[in-house]
Design a protein around this ligand. Sequence first.
Ligand SMILES: [Zn+2]
Length: 276
Amino acid sequence: MTFLILVVFVLGLLIGSFLNCLIWRLHEDETILGRSYCPSCHHQLAWYDNIPLLSYSFLGGKCRYCHKKISIQYPAVELATGLLFALAFWVEASAMAIVPAFGANPFNFIFSPFSLFLLKDWFIIAVMMVVFIYDLRWYMILDKVTLPAMLVVIAFNLYFEFVLEYPLLTWRNWLISGIIGCSFFLMQFVATKGKGIGGGDLRLGLLMGLALGLPKLFVAIMLAYLVGAIVGLSLMAAGKKEWGSKLPLGVFLAPATVFALFYGEQIWQLLFPSIY
Ligand SMILES: [Zn+2]
């Protein structure tokens, strides 16, 4: 298990490195094909400039060619993706360990169709990583990220229910959850006349609903607003933000989605044991 977690962590580092590249190319409107390059001097990077975490530390956080500082975003996204991929593996493999057919051997899980549960988790983590960084840097949630992601999530949901016949979420659940996720933000969109909430938030709400289902969606929204309020008030107290100035909502919704994906059920049971 320890060895597998390490392998998964390294895989997550590589995917994180890919996500950094993807985020930049989405912003520059480029294809994801082609060699990676330094965003400041556009010098092409060699494979040894591109090793997750290691290249950054080895080069002292500076480009080998132009010596400009490399954003801390690069190693941070790699590390966070690596850790979250490992966490997802651990959570899914532990859940499967209680199914007698799989037993405690994680290999039985990996080579079963149920490992697609893990793939869905990884996919959601990757998408939310992109949403988080993009919204943090450029205050925008891209439709070309959220819309294709919805299709993939729906395909996963349908596959689990009708092919694997092991519905993590029934179609009624994720459909209602999606509608709730979208209309929750739609109500605010209408109430604030589009000032507090953007259209991108609506689509993200829909994606969250489809991906999480109920009751995890409720946990994600509550958590995002709670953390958002705390961060907003702290920034105001520190004099960095004015009352009523905007905080990008995706920055709170994306991590809350990943958290709820893993721990949503438990939190919901703690909060509302009687409804569960
Ligand atoms: Zn450079």
